[in-house]
Design a protein around this ligand. Sequence first.
Ligand SMILES: Nc1ncnc2c1ncn2[C@@H]1O[C@H](COP(=O)(O)OP(=O)(O)OP(=O)(O)O)[C@@H](O)[C@H]1O
Length: 620
Amino acid sequence: MNRNWVDKEEWCPADGFRLEAEAMDTVVNDKNTLVVAGPGAGKTELLAQRACFLLETNTCRYPKKILAISFKKDAADNLRERVELRCGKELSLRFESKTYDAFAKEIVDRFKNSLDESYRPLNNYKIAETKDIKRAFEIAGLNFGENQTEFNRVGNILSANILPLSTDCIAEIFICTWNILLKGSRNDNFESSLTFEMISRLAEYLIRTNRYIKKAIEMTYSHVFLDEFQDTTSIQYDLVKTCFFQTGTIITAVGDSKQRIMLWAGARKSIFSDFQNDFLSQKRTLMMNHRSAPRLVEIQKAMYNSLNEDIIDLKTNEKWNQEDGEAYLRLFEDYIKEADVLSEEIDSLISTGIKINEICIIVKQMVDVYSQEIIDKLAQHNIKARNEAVYQDLLKEDVIKILVSLFRLASKDGMPDDWDYIYDILCELDGIDESCNPQIIKDFIRKVELMINDTKKKLNITYEEQFSDLVDYTIKYISYEKFASKFQQYKSRDYFDNLVEQFKRLVWIEYDETKDWIKAIDNFEGKNSIPIMTIHKSKGLEYDTIFFVGLEDSAFWNFKNQPDEDRCTFFVALSRAKRRIDFTFSSNRPTQFSSIQKHDCINEFYELFKDTGIVKKIEY
Ligand SMILES: Nc1ncnc2c1ncn2[C@@H]1O[C@H](COP(=O)(O)OP(=O)(O)OP(=O)(O)O)[C@@H](O)[C@H]1O
């Protein structure tokens, strides 16, 4: 590659970002590093800047690549987009950002023929759903009936061991179930179905037993990033360790033990020390909180003790004044009054210029129970709020992003970002690149323009069925097969069709209401509504103002059994706010447990508020 690489000594962070000393050292050094830092410290930004450094200075030597592994697709996409923004499209082609699941699946799909026959998945295996796992156990001779708790307990054992399985370490029934899932059972009309945990175990086994594949991975990736490292499970860590232990690949892991909220899903408690010992990594601690205003950071700091963390002298970003940051605890007799007050507060925030999607309503769980009344009251103020559960994952899907951009282009002229995106992605799907004959590229652009113009003409419609046909037309134009060959997850036609159906239904609802395609698409994307979500879904996100609804015992119903995890969960919610956070309590709220609410079990949060002297208590 002919390129002028930047001198290492001359490199400075992209886009004018200033990094604290420990962050800068992590960006430029070439040692295995564990970065431990609190919320808003800029862990994700640090990874993006490190990618720029490695690529721009050719420290990640061409043609080697950087592999970034995240838990969720949106986190992986965000990081990829940030790197592209910081160091441009060309260099970021050597930055691969994917989820653990995708990484493991790609290894298995590519190299499965090297597995011995007994562990070789069938070519057409599908991703197992809960019902498939239950059914496989049933065929093996274990029926759970309605006992979900027992199924969860037993199900967790299925992939707890590395392969090959033997009766010395695991009961026969699990080996039998593995085999049924792996190979299917023709007699029982059961298709081969693998869980991602099984796929990860297979990938690990493959690499452990085939040094050529291990070498190929090492040769491909000179650097690896591990995001949200505190939530890594043992299965994921085993895979990472087998791939990169005692290789030349350098790992940068970033995480925060105070945000460890996935223990229930198998996060490995000892992950930080295991990594430090196994990879002889150095540890770096960051002292900044770039996100939150100083007074909110004071409240976060007050929690360090109960989170078993040493109190550190956190610094805030210089954009804030020391007196910035507001926090309220609002106590209500009932949830109707709560909804009245919150809708008025939100209305007044918007009237002061805060953007609607800079406000977020967070609940511990069961979004509808805690927020329906507020949604109704907000509607009376002409403010939309919606449960993001349906939308959050849907909007991150590639097929949905493509449809959104196509329909926006068809609805309005001059949308350069959408055009760039559609052009790039359709080129990729069609195998067109700059090496193609210019006439082919010209014809291709013309074809895309015609399709968009055609869609534009057909947008004058009255019935849902017509819209459905139009969406089908665009999918047909691109062709399902191209989607399926580019995006692993769309190999399942049912999965793909289901996404498209959701797009049709949800966009049509918005169009039916607004009779304006641009508004309909914007609404579908959530640009004009307040997002409502659980704490778990809010991880990694940030908003100007957070309304945490229902700081009550029944929301934290398992606090007695898992106080540490629930404290971390509470801390995640607390640390999403940039400038303001409001907590509410309502003595009366019909939940699945009771309508009388208390805060005896979680009273330590109330004590914490009192001790800081920052949280203003208001009784209604
Ligand atoms: N060096 C910096 N200077 C100014 N702003 C920064 C810097 N690093 C990050 N930020 C900003 O601070 C906010 C938090 O950054 P980021 O999301 O990277 O933090 P994080 O440590 O990953 O947070 P969390 O663990 O809470 O999800 C973002 O708005 C980001 O743009």
